[in-house]
Design a protein around this ligand. Sequence first.
Ligand SMILES: C[S@@+](CC[C@H](N)C(=O)[O-])C[C@H]1O[C@@H](n2cnc3c(N)ncnc32)[C@H](O)[C@@H]1O
Length: 259
Amino acid sequence: MAEMGEFHGFFAEFYDILHAGLGDIEAYIRYASDAAASSILELGSGTGRILIPLAAAGFNVTGVDKSDDMIARCLEKLDREPPSTREKTRVIKRDVVDLDLGERYDLVIAPCNLLSCLTGRGEALSLLRTARRHLKDGGVFILDCSIPDIRLMVNSHGVTRTFEFAHPVTGTTIIDTFTPHYDFVNQLETDHIVLEERDGDRVLRRAETTDTLAFYFPREVRLMLDTAGLRVFREQGSVIEAVPLDEYAGEMVFFAMKA
Ligand SMILES: C[S@@+](CC[C@H](N)C(=O)[O-])C[C@H]1O[C@@H](n2cnc3c(N)ncnc32)[C@H](O)[C@@H]1O
């Protein structure tokens, strides 16, 4: 059966367009340089949006992802890279929950809300244990995740919003229609997403999915990191700059080492 969801098919193809210009790629290259990382593990490496620039910057990067379509996009993109970049990458199809590659890295990263993808009981904690298991002594783990904005969530519950933009290569119109619903008791967000590609009035492609994500608050992430045997040595409220993790922060970024 074909894979479903926001990381498959048409959605995987448009992932990079929807996530262009976040500024986190340059930040991860900076963090890898700061950590003098000769080996990096990216958990949930997706289309290689971060993995490929890290390899192009000279770092050896292993990516793990469970989605065939996201990995296919990553491999297609790698094919267009020079051998010097390709030979620095390895992409493995696996679930990050309970993962044990039997290898240790200088830097382990879980960028762009991977934590929220893990909705099953104990899975988020398992991801953090996976990160710890793959760290060398003195190695650094970076976890980056959005902070739930309760006011925005209450106001946008059940409200459909539409975003329209031009495909950067073909110039066709991409229309992203997004309706979130929040379960505030179980900390789950269920998003109904419709993606359409149009040429004028003609619909070229249409894909629809309903996906559930978990949302976490900084206090519980700190507790999970602690429980997983990770000691946080730095926190910030944005992945791209060292702003405080306070009420104005949109993200929570934790830098941790083995406790
Ligand atoms: C939001 S994307 C982030 C991709 C990439 N790190 C980036 O920043 O562009 C999350 C990725 O994690 C993958 N993923 C989600 N749950 C996973 C799991 N349990 N095991 C492995 N990969 C997973 C998805 O397939 C998707 O490619």
